[in-house]
Design a protein around this ligand. Structure first.
Ligand SMILES: [Zn+2]
Length: 276
């Protein structure tokens, strides 16, 4: 809650919005050759926000295997580090969970985030597809499964999370920011087959309900899971390792969080001007 202490404060707010946390369309978007529009930020729009960033899976249980035989954990840790760096640049305090890949349990991650009093929890993953889509190819002399049918990001929230409404709000904001940044969602998790069949909260921006996702429903703070791309897809496996792609995702996450948590932004403004 903002309590202006003098009539001067609203004027200062208007003035300093030009310098802090702005996402004006004309100045803040960087067009790229790939049609990406990176939502840049100025100042520290996330000042005061504590974000738990969870690196999905572990070294022992690496998750999905890419078209070139690389474990998902390695993709997750690489992208999570980029997201963490950009979130910190935006003023957030990042609690990076499982960067060393030693945590195998799912609920443990949410417990750690709770101990650190995180305001929100984001689990970083990379995606695969149902086995029925798998074909084989030979890469560097080794026959490996791949599927080029689906590609794109997806975002999940659970209605069983303790802060389900807020989780959904963050999920929708992240989906919208990724979409507006020029990325395309994959909708294959909505296919009515065993192992998928996830209801879409927003088909346009690729946001799903995933009720029993343990890491989301066990978190006491708002939580989402982000699939950054489909690594069983031969081209997308390479794309998600591109630092520019990871940076684009990171900036979209900053934009989304700055719209969902505006209070922290304003708190930063007041701090800057010494009025609170
Ligand atoms: Zn995963």
């Amino acid at each position: 809650m903002i309590r202006p202490s003098s009539p001067l404060v609203p004027a200062l707010l208007v003035l300093c919005c030009f310098f802090i946390g702005g996402f004006s369309r004309s100045e803040a978007e960087e067009a790229s050759a790939a049609g990406w529009k990176k939502p840049a930020f100025t100042g520290q729009p996330l000042e005061g926000l504590r974000v738990a960033l969870d690196v999905g899976h572990s070294r022992l249980t690496p998750g999905a295997i890419s078209a070139r035989g690389r474990g998902e954990f390695l993709f997750n840790v690489s992208t999570a580090r980029v997201i963490a760096g950009v979130l910190e640049k935006a003023g957030a305090k990042v609690i990076l969970i499982n960067a060393d890949g030693a945590i195998t349990g799912l609920a443990d991650r949410a417990v750690l985030a709770g101990k650190e009093k995180a305001d929100c929890f984001i689990s970083v993953h990379h995606d695969s597809v149902n086995d029925k889509y798998l074909r084989s190819w030979v890469h560097e002399g080794v026959s490996r499964p791949y599927a080029d049918n689906f590609r794109g990001y997806s975002v999940f929230a659970s209605s069983k999370n303790a802060k389900a409404d807020r989780s959904r709000e963050i999920g929708l904001a992240v989906g919208a920011a990724l979409f507006e940044a020029g990325l395309k969602p994959t909708l294959h998790h909505n296919e009515p087959i065993k192992g998928e069949n996830r209801p879409l909260l927003d088909a346009r921006t690729g946001v799903y309900e995933f009720t029993d996702l343990v890491v989301l429903k066990s978190a006491e703070m708002p939580a989402i899971l982000l699939e950054c791309g489909v690594i069983i897809h031969r081209e997308e496996e390479l794309l998600v390792q591109d630092p520019a792609y990871q940076d684009l995702i990171a900036h979209a996450v900053v934009k989304a969080l700055s719209t969902v948590f505006p209070r922290e932004k304003k708190k930063g403004l007041f701090k800057l001007f010494g009025t609170e």
